[in-house]
Ligand binder design. Structure first.
Ligand SMILES: O=C(O)C(=O)C[C@H](O)[C@H](O)CO
Ligand SMILES: [Mg+2]
Length: 401
């Protein structure tokens, strides 16, 4: 079997997505997500100009060799652009292999380890009351786990709080600016979760994303102050370039820690995992080198009883979600999967086999990863430049968004 051609499809049904399609001489094709929010065209070019020429004529079954060729062969290793491009190739090749076998992808990974994949929803609101009303909405839909974000009194445009119904951080035009005050946030956050436990009791997993904004000692304080509300996790409490900094947080709190949505390789997570400084690893199929590399990260994490909790915001396309659900159904040390529901127009471009029922998702039984792209529909939605916001402290200092 040979790869005959491959191309990149950039489309904007509600938001931008980059998809790689690989075709073979036997008529079977595979697709992979290559979306990197706010930097989409860099990955599209990396694939079109540098990767695709190296794929033509290769046997698509040689997934591992092609992965190593693209990783070691570039000489320039790692980084979100490189690893998203490799991920797209890897996902498309697993799709092809599973289609040829006539099996859903999870069967090739080793079969199912559970009946369904627990997912968490996003509840948010400008006020505590609005946020908790959204929690109720997701409880009514059957979700067992819900992330809560709310506006901080006195701050405009806080991360995770939607202007409309669904939260979408990327905006058209140049990056939007939001304000941040750690002092206001640290005083406010525990009151949000006290109110949530008060209203919903204890039979619900609650999650929260700090989105890289605290110093380690501030994160330690937040973790301690959230302990009474028994969070499933506190996510990205501090930027994780310095993996060692999590030791300080860990020394002070038993609130479980989740990190890794911006990581792109096992090396970003190695110290955090081996020193047991986190509880959940959030690396994804699309940004961390595809299924082949995610499997390595999960296997390392398993040695230390660290579980997976993959990123699943709307900027990860349905193709990533489909692949992730196959991975989640198999991976022995599964924890949870994030789910932000895509718009109907997005789903019309990406028909898929995955389903949701009472808080659990299933990848479906279609051969491959079960997600396709309708290229005629995709062509109706041309690329729209958009950026993620930046954050500044109230005195104007640029901060981590
Ligand atoms: O879903 C999350 O946990 C996020 O932090 C979402 C990110 O801000 C988003 O995916 C960035 O593109
Ligand atoms: Mg996050």
């Amino acid at each position: 079997m040979k790869i005959t051609d491959a191309y990149v499809i950039v489309t904007c049904p509600a938001r931008n997505f980059v998809t790689l399609k690989i075709r073979t001489d036997e008529g079977v094709y595979g697709i992979g997500d290559a979306t990197l929010n706010g930097r989409e065209l860099a990955v599209a070019s990396y694939l079109t100009d540098h990767v695709i020429p190296c794929l033509i004529g290769r046997d698509p079954h040689d997934i591992e060799d092609i992965w190593q060729y693209l990783y070691k062969g570039a000489y320039w290793r790692r980084g979100p652009v490189t690893m998203s491009a490799i991920a797209a190739v890897d996902t498309a090749l697993w799709d092809i292999k599973a289609k040829v076998a006539g099996l859903p992808l999870y069967q090739l990974l080793g079969g199912k380890s559970r009946n369904g994949v627990m997912v968490y929803a996003h509840a948010n609101g400008q006020t505590v009351g609005d946020a908790l009303d959204q929690v109720q909405h997701y409880v009514d839909l059957g979700y067992k786990a819900i992330r809560i974000q709310a506006g901080v009194p006195g701050l405009k445009g806080v991360y995770g709080v939607a202007k409309g119904i669904n939260y979408e951080p990327a905006t058209r035009g140049l990056p939007a600016e939001s304000a941040w005050s750690t002092e206001a946030y640290l005083d406010f956050a525990p009151t949000l979760f006290a109110a949530a436990r008060d209203r919903f009791g204890w039979d619900l997993h609650l999650l929260h994303d700090v989105h890289h904004r605290l110093t380690p000692i501030e994160a330690a304080r937040l973790g301690k102050s959230l302990e009474p509300y028994r969070l499933f996790w506190m996510e990205d409490p501090t930027p994780a370039e310095n993996q060692e900094s999590f030791r300080l947080i860990r020394q002070h709190t038993t609130t479980p820690l989740a990190v890794g949505e911006v990581f792109n390789s096992i090396w970003d997570a190695k110290d955090l995992i081996q020193n047991q400084l986190i509880d959940y690893i959030r690396t994804t199929v699309v940004h961390a080198g595809g299924i082949s590399h995610l499997r390595r990260i999960a296997n390392l994490a398993d040695l230390y009883q660290i579980r997976t909790g993959s990123h699943g915001a709307t900027d990860l396309s349905p193709v990533c979600m489909g692949a992730a659900l196959h991975f989640d159904l198999w991976v022995p040390n599964f924890g949870i999967q994030e789910r932000m529901v895509h718009e109907d127009v997005t789903n019309s471009v990406f028909p898929h086999a995955y389903t949701f029922d009472q808080g659990y998702m299933h990848p479906g039984e279609a051969p491959g990863h079960g997600v396709d792209i309708d290229e005629t529909e995709a062509a109706k939605y041309p690329y729209q430049p958009a950026y993620l916001p930046v954050a500044r402290l109230t005195d104007g200092t640029l901060w981590s968004w």
